[in-house]
Every structure is written in C-alpha cells, then in structure tokens.
Design a protein around this ligand. Structure first.
Ligand code: PEP
Ligand code: MN
Length: 285
C-alpha cells in the first residue's frame, strides 16, 4: 500500500532503531586519519589505564606507536570503584594527552565521566570514551550524542547486548552517528579472571547492528598473561579493533598495573594480531 509522499517504510520492531541493521544494512565505518574503524581495518588503541605524567605517557606512546598502534589511550578522568584510589590528573592529564598527540601523531582516546569532563575531553580527544560504569548514564549519553567527536561506548559489566544497543541509540538519537561499541568483559562467578570476556557479543552485535565493535581484553582479563590469548581470539571472532592497556613500567602504575602489558609484550601482540587479521574475513549481516 502506497501513501502520498512516502518513498519507503522500514519496519523496525526492536527497541533500538537507528543502530539496527533493519534501519541501515551496511556496516558503519568511522574514519580517522590513517585508520578506519568498521571498514575492514583492525584498529588498535593502546596505552596506560591512567595518564600519570608526561614522561610515563610519552615513553609508553613511543613504544606503542613503534609497535603499530593507531590510538593512544589513557584516562585523565578515572571512574574508580574506590573514592580513595587515584582519580586522574583531570585537566593536566588532557594537556599531557595533547602533548602526546603533538609529539607522536597518535590519535587520542580518553574517557569522560560526566558532563563537565565531556566538555573538556571533546576538545582534546579524537574519540571520547564512555566507560562501562556509565553505559546507562542516560543524561551523559544524550550529551555525547550532541558531541562533534566519535564515541567509544563500553558495555556495562552486567549489560545485555540489547541494553548496550539501547545505550548507543541514546547517543545516535541526539544526532551523533559515529559510535564504536566495546566488549570489555562481564561479571560472572569466574575468579580466574577479573571479568569474563564475552566474545560471542561480537557476532551477536554484528548480526543486529551496523555499528563497529572492538574488544578490550585487558579489563576482561585483569591479568597480563591472559591479554595476548584473548586478543588473538577477539581478532578471530571478527572484532573491528582492540583496546589494550600498556605501561612503560607496570609495577609502578597508579591503576590497573597487573593487567598492563610491558611494551615488549605489546609488540609481540601486534605482530600476532596483524597476521591473524589478514586471515579473518569480517562477518557482515
Ligand atoms: C578504561 O578503559 O580505562 C576503563 C575504566 O574501562 P571500563 O569502563 O571498561 O572498566
Ligand atoms: Mn584500566
């Protein structure tokens, strides 16, 4: 049945609409200088959990760049579980990230934890990260939807795929279509790792959404010896990229030292995942 002025009607039965494949069949690719996320490249983001000092960041950034990373990650605002843990260098941390980009040319991904920090982070970051603990901070998601910068949305530690996609829908419904999802492990009864990396989330998301999805094996594992095997598996399952914590001196890290790779371990990881990525064809719709 045709209605005047209606060219096409798309039936969308899911609670998320614009992020679904019913709405847009082809994969979304978020483009940056030198790398595209969701376009077939394997985008790699690497760096410390937290920005601690200019020296720590520069030393780590030079190492991850030499190994082939595209983005430098590091939090200037840290959403810590304990109020007594290191909370981040805040604005000073953003200045350090700026200096890292200037010196290394690496793109910057860093987290915003509230409206106030988002306003500052979006001036510096190439990608604004919204962390697992804020995945359902709907007011922050709406604000991110009005940001000119792409958003990296991490899955909440007990969120379903549908909840993750509805969180992404909050962002896109405000106008921002440049969203990258991230699987970072969910909480289970397992005590051999910090979280349980839910690799089936990658094909599950790809089946129903056109958004790119990357994997963070570091926050899933919680211990560095599991990061390389999980990174290999993430590439095998078809992830569009990886986020990996790397620190120039993990034993002195102010946060997440036990899961941070030494630069040499990251170099090894890059060698392996680059080879694997060439063998894997991306699942599409
Ligand atoms: C992070 O990437 O620094 C972080 C805090 O991760 P998550 O939100 O996944 O815990
Ligand atoms: Mn961390």
């Amino acid at each position: 049945m045709a209605l005047d002025g209606v060219k096409e009607a798309i039936r969308v039965s899911k609670p998320y609409k614009m992020v679904s494949r019913d709405f847009k069949e082809e994969d979304t690719a978020v483009e940056f200088e030198g790398v595209t996320i969701g376009g077939g490249d394997l985008a790699v983001m690497a760096g410390p959990c937290a920005v601690e000092s200019l020296e720590q960041c520069l030393e780590t950034a030079r190492a991850v760049k030499a190994a082939g990373a595209h983005f430098f990650r590091g939090g200037a605002y840290k959403p810590r579980t304990s109020p007594y843990s290191f909370q981040g260098l805040e604005e000073k941390g953003l200045e350090i990230l700026n200096a890292v980009r200037e010196e290394t040319g690496l793109l910057i991904v860093t987290e915003a934890i509230d409206h106030e920090s988002l306003a500052l982070v979006e001036q510096v970051a190439d990608i604004v990260q919204i962390g697992a603990r804020n995945m359902q901070n709907f007011s922050l998601l709406k604000r991110a939807g009005r940001s000119p910068k792409p958003i990296l949305l991490k899955r909440g530690m007990s969120a379903t795929i549908e909840e993750l996609l509805m969180a992404a829908e909050y962002i896109t419904s405000e106008g921002n279509q440049r969203i990258i999802l991230c699987e970072r492990g969910v909480r289970t009864f397992a005590d051999h790792s910090r979280n349980t990396l839910d690799l089936s989330a990658v094909p599950a998301v790809q089946a129903v959404s056109h958004l790119p999805i990357i994997v963070d094996p570091s926050h899933a594992a919680g211990r560095r010896e599991q990061v390389l095997p999980l990174a290999r598996a993430a590439v095998g399952v078809g992830a569009d990229g990886l986020m990996v914590e790397v620190h120039c001196d993990p034993t002195s890290a102010l946060s997440d030292g036990p899961q941070s790779l030494y630069p040499a371990q990251f170099e090894q990881l890059m060698c392996e995942v680059t080879k694997l990525a060439a063998l894997v064809s991306k699942v599409s719709s």
